[in-house]
Design a protein around this ligand. Structure first.
Ligand code: SF4
Length: 418
């Protein structure tokens, strides 16, 4: 389980996940739905083709066909929690097999997670363990090699040392969020460029400690404003997170092509960043780029936003959903850079949310909504794992780009935590 100080969660039956997620099914789960005669009871197919697999069917508004008007699951009501597909039962956790067992992470596309409502997450350890045991029976555990850089496999103790130090750094409430993020981004950029082939084991850990010791001074160096090209890349990165392919899009070739055409057009508009911004799924209203850029932070929300982003980052790092099998097989430093950039993308999307609602000041819900979009699909949206995205992240690691974009984020307003 990820150790996230102050993080709580219980399901409050908002039905959000049943409307936004695609519930993939195993063969055994399809058989069970057939045996329970759901297609006859519902009057529509209980499941449909999704790519090469199968998924729970949805109504045209995106709601799962099993969701009842009280936001309850019909399978759960009739046959109990254990009868639901594993994908539904495990949400908002995601799990990943490692050579030491299963590693859980927490997703921030659930409103009860972003607002930290319910029981302390450690209390869910037992039932999550039971679900994971089912995955063990399916034989899904595996080993994986994690790369630092191309051709350099990271040793376990090196990865553990790096992650322990990063978690401590981003989890430190005495330092402003902007400093923690910019510091982490600069450390990542330095390690990405370092020639690590001969700096391994205890020498790597020594190097890490030296770099960590210099981080506070590094953070006092103000990052210059991002260049127009870096800003354009952030807009495109935010757009890549916000793009949503619905189940209907996956099912029809025509819908897939028209979706693809719309995406290409929107990507060009995001690159230019002028005039009216394209509509994004999950947001109400369509603002202009100018209105988005003019949205200001509200200092009175800073503490709550800081806490939300701290929990999100610790969940990503603790759950290892930042590199390797947890993030498209990316090498460690590129994956970490993508993680820091996802916060900058959430900042941009939060501005979009505020401007789309006609406000010029950010509130907590804007960030929570943006983080829900960024963390949708547990950061495994296929478009984000492509070579194009990896190249974009690599480019932004140059010239202090990640730190510059983070420092220009609306929520990295300086405030005193002492
Ligand atoms: S989004 Fe979260 S709170 Fe809402 S129904 Fe799903 S698990 Fe429950």
């Amino acid at each position: 389980m990820p150790a996230i100080e102050g993080q709580r969660w219980s399901c409050h039956s908002c039905g959000n996940c049943c409307r936004t997620l695609v519930g993939h099914l195993t063969y055994a789960e399809r058989l069970r739905l057939d045996e329970q005669k759901w297609s006859e009871k519902l009057g529509v197919s209980a499941y449909v083709r999704s790519g090469r697999g199968w998924a729970l069917n949805k109504h045209s508004d995106g709601a799962c066909v099993f969701l009842d008007p009280q936001n309850r699951c019909r399978i759960h009501s009739e046959y109990g929690e254990a009868a639901k597909p594993l994908a539904c039962r495990i949400f908002p956790f995601s799990v990943r097999p490692t050579q030491h067992g299963w590693q859980a992470s927490l997703r921030f596309d659930c409103p009860s997670v972003t607002s930290s409502k319910g029981e302390p997450i450690a209390q869910h350890r037992r039932w999550l363990g039971q679900l994971v045991a089912e995955l063990d029976e399916r034989g899904e555990a595996r080993n994986e090699a994690i790369l630092f850089q191309r051709g350099i496999v990271a040793a376990d103790e090196e990865v553990e040392a790096l992650m322990a130090r990063l978690v401590k750094w981003v989890d430190d409430p005495k330092r402003a969020l902007s400093e923690r993020l910019a510091g982490a981004a600069r450390l990542t950029a330095t390690l990405d460029k370092a020639k690590l082939r001969n700096i391994r084991g205890s020498r790597f850990i020594e190097l890490l400690d030296l770099l960590m010791a210099s981080l506070p001074a590094e953070c006092r160096l103000a990052a210059p404003a991002p260049s127009p090209r870096q800003r354009a890349m952030l807009r495109q990165y935010a757009f890549a997170h916000a793009e949503h392919v619905s189940l209907a899009d996956l099912q029809s070739l025509r819908a897939r092509w028209s979706n693809r055409w719309r995406q290409l057009h929107s990507a060009r508009v995001f690159l230019r960043g002028e005039g009216q911004a394209p509509a994004l799924p999950g947001f109400e209203g369509v603002p202009s780029f100018e209105a988005i850029e003019n949205v200001m932070p509200a200092p009175e929300n800073a503490q709550a936003i800081d806490d939300l982003l701290r929990r999100y980052l610790v969940a990503r790092l603790e759950g290892r959903s930042v590199f390797g099998g947890g993030f498209y097989g990316w090498p460690v430093f590129r994956g970490l850079a993508a993680c820091w950039l996802s916060v900058a993308a959430a900042g941009w999307l939060a501005r979009y949310a505020a401007a789309a609602s006609g406000r010029s000041v950010l509130n907590f819900e804007d960030i929570a909504c943006a983080l829900g979009v960024v963390d949708r699909a547990a950061t495994r949206l296929p478009a984000l794992g492509t070579l194009a995205e990896r190249t974009r992240v690599g480019y932004l690691l140059e010239d202090d780009g990640v730190a510059r974009l983070i420092s220009a984020c609306p929520f990295t307003v300086r405030h005193d935590h002492q």
